[in-house]
Design a binder for this molecule. Structure first.
Ligand code: FES
Length: 114
């Protein structure tokens, strides 16, 4: 199954930035990591912080703004205490200047990491 939703226009998110995007199912965090776009759940798995209020650090990690836990953006893997539960990722689809996510599929990096 496939549930494709529009996220953002490419030029609206510079490299190194993260932005919250509401969808009909849940809020997503959308990232531009050196020109590659990724999407994860916006809610930290440790508590209820919005990861889009955090910062991209060390290239491709998102640091949670509340307790400084970290996740690997491409795979959603929890990387730093107190985060121990991986983050849900979503497959990103790029069509010209427009960035979409498939809410029914995880990212290719997460899928191939299993
Ligand atoms: Fe994110 Fe605690 S809410 S690390």
């Amino acid at each position: 199954m496939s549930k494709k939703v529009f996220l953002i226009r490419r030029e609206a998110l510079e490299p190194g930035q993260v932005r919250k995007v509401e969808t009909e199912r849940c809020p997503l965090a959308v990232y531009n990591v050196d020109g590659t776009f990724y999407a994860t759940s916006d809610i930290c798995t440790h508590a209820t912080a919005s990861l889009s209020d955090g910062e991209i650090v060390d290239g491709d990690l998102i640091a949670c703004p509340l307790h400084d836990g970290q996740f690997h953006i491409p795979t959603g893997q929890a990387m730093a205490f107190p985060c121990t539960v991986d983050l849900r990722t979503y497959r990103v689809i790029e069509e010209g200047d427009e960035i979409f996510a498939d809410l029914d599929e995880e990212s290719e990096a997460a899928a191939s990491a299993i």
